[in-house]
Design a binder for this molecule. Structure first.
Ligand SMILES: Cc1cc2nc3c(=O)[nH]c(=O)nc-3n(C[C@H](O)[C@H](O)[C@H](O)COP(=O)(O)OP(=O)(O)OC[C@H]3O[C@@H](n4cnc5c(N)ncnc54)[C@H](O)[C@@H]3O)c2cc1C
Length: 291
């Protein structure tokens, strides 16, 4: 099925966008990490969300999620690892599944934690965020998996099955990491190489490798959509929350400050309206071209 809109991110912005898409009659699919991993869940008390003061972040999130479920929002839990625009349709890879939509709303929040030295320079030249997409390129070669996402050990196993020679780097060994995969305790990392990755350095040494898979809970919007313009480290948006890529809208924390719930909820709603207007325009143009 091709949805009218794919929404990435199950925080306040994404949930608000999904509820509004439903109200506007758009078919929408919300894709997001498990609810329990949302950063707002760590807020002990939220006092500035209108009408609902004194709740914990978790309670607020539960209320948002319940509301979305009651409105029939379709949700998929999982980490999106790659996106592609092709022939007027966006395709989003989540685990082994690909979902399609005619428009796209980014509501991914902000990535907490800085990129590793060498990461941005070598992204796409040995640095990858997607085991499923790029694993076969490294068949028979040494690769480092930097496991920061809860399901990283599964991706490491997948790379191993593909024939990559995997070594796993993380601050702690995950319980589900295969005993066949070597593990290195690592916190300070640097990706080395001039034009392509040649090694991963960590506090205890240098590991020569052809590829480094950075498996984080979140994937930067620019890694999902190469060419997406940023402004001040956030996705650059116009007043209607459109981005530099036609049909892609951004809302909430990923679209810039203030990084607050009320702003995220408001922008989610606005992004849904803008996606609808854009879809209407596209469809009208397609009809006119037929005549
Ligand atoms: C401890 C704490 C306390 C806070 N207290 C307050 C407060 O009192 N008042 C206030 O207004 N704000 C507060 N905030 C800020 C508030 O949480 C954010 O502004 C708000 O959650 C932003 O909503 P969002 O939907 O834009 O992003 P987020 O809530 O960050 O949601 C984005 C979601 O998208 C998911 N995601 C990203 N990439 C992917 C991917 N590739 N695949 C799948 N899922 C993905 C993320 O895991 C995340 O769950 C607080 C934040 C923290 C951390």
């Amino acid at each position: 099925m091709v949805y009218d809109c794919l929404i990435l991110g199950g925080g306040p912005a994404g949930l608000s966008a999904a509820v509004q898409c439903g109200a506007l009659g758009l078919s929408a699919l919300l894709i997001g990490n498990p609810h329990s991993q949302n950063p707002l869940g760590r807020a002990e008390r939220v006092d500035n969300y209108l009408g609902l003061p004194g709740l914990t972040g978790g309670e607020l999130l539960d209320a948002f999620q319940r509301h979305a479920a009651e409105r029939g929002v379709q949700m998929v839990t999982g980490r999106a690892i790659a996106a592609m625009a092709c022939g007027g349709v966006f395709a989003l890879t989540v685990g082994g599944h690909v979902y399609q939509g005619e428009s796209f709303i980014l509501a991914t929040g902000v990535a907490r934690g800085r990129p590793y030295p060498g990461e941005e320079r070598l992204l796409g030249r040995g640095v990858s965020c997607c085991a499923v997409c790029d694993g076969m390129l490294y068949r028979g070669r040494e690769v480092a998996v930097v496991g920061l996402a809860p399901d990283a050990a599964q991706d490491a196993a997948l790379l191993d099955q593909m024939g990559c020679h995997v070594t796993f780097f993380a601050p702690e060994r995950p319980a589900d990491l295969s005993p066949a995969i070597p593990y290195k305790k690592a916190e300070r990392l640097e990706i080395l190489g001039e034009d392509r990755v040649t090694a991963l350095a960590w506090e205890d040494g240098v590991f020569p490798c052809a590829g480094v898979f950075l498996l984080r809970e979140t994937v930067a919007p620019t890694a999902l959509f190469p060419g997406l313009e940023l402004a001040g480290g956030y996705v650059k948006v116009a007043g209607d929350l459109s981005t530099s890529l036609p049909g892609v809208f951004a809302c909430g924390d990923c679209a810039g400050p203030p990084l607050q719930i009320a702003k995220a909820v408001g922008e989610g709603q606005k992004a849904a309206h803008s996606a609808k207007r854009w879809l209407d325009g596209q469809r009208k143009t397609a009809e006119n071209n037929k005549e």
